[in-house]
Write a protein that binds this ligand. Structure first.
Ligand SMILES: N[C@@H](CCC(=O)N[C@@H](CS)C(=O)NCC(=O)O)C(=O)O
Length: 179
């Protein structure tokens, strides 16, 4: 998600790829970035923390909000920060569980997709412009096609169209390695 966001927003970055298969995420040098050994994580040399060191941050939703605020110029009003936080949390927890936890999938995915279908039909999530909230929600919607290609989304035409359109976006194709 953060990498897709940076590509879409033309934010320069250096990418360090780690192999999970080889356990590179559990090696000392990465654990000093994220002690939990989870990807993604980011070091932002342009912002220092309270100790004066470059900011190091993990959790994709937190990284997205950070990027939206400090590099994507998305916070036009204090409520924008709160709403981006709402949507990134919704994507990373509520929507993620509904997609990937079988019990939750049966219970809630259809309800969430029905509502998202109407939300997305209204336009972009915040300030009529594609941003971090759209990135987070759309990433998870696109995961449905990726992980469950036979999932029938015909009851959610707007969601379906958004997924197809996302899969055509050059920045998305680049970060997902789609040829
Ligand atoms: N909630 C976290 C999830 C992070 C996560 O689970 N990342 C996976 C890769 S997509 C990972 O690092 N797995 C390696 C492991 O758990 O050892 C986020 O959104 O950043």
């Amino acid at each position: 998600m953060p990498r897709w966001y940076m590509e879409e927003m033309d934010i320069a970055y250096d990418l360090v790829e780690l192999s999970l298969a080889q356990g590179q995420n559990l090696k000392e040098d990465f654990l000093s970035i994220n002690p939990f050994g989870k990807l993604p994580a980011m070091k932002d040399d342009s912002i220092v923390d309270a100790k004066g060191d470059p900011l190091v941050i993990f959790e994709s939703g937190a990284i997205l909000l950070h990027l939206a605020e400090h590099h994507g110029n998305e916070i036009k009003h204090p409520s924008d920060r709160s709403l981006i936080s709402q949507w990134t949390h919704f994507a990373n927890s509520t929507l993620a569980f509904a997609i990937f936890v079988p019990d939750q999938k049966t219970k809630t995915l259809s309800r969430l997709l029905t509502e998202l279908d109407s939300e997305i039909a209204k336009g972009f999530f915040i300030n009529n412009k594609w941003g971090a909230a759209d990135c987070a929600i759309t990433s998870y919607l696109a995961y449905i096609k990726l992980f469950f290609p036979n999932e029938d989304l015909s009851s959610y035409p707007t969601v379906n169209t958004l997924i197809q359109a996302t899969r055509e976006r050059p920045a998305y194709r680049k970060v997902m390695g789609l040829s």
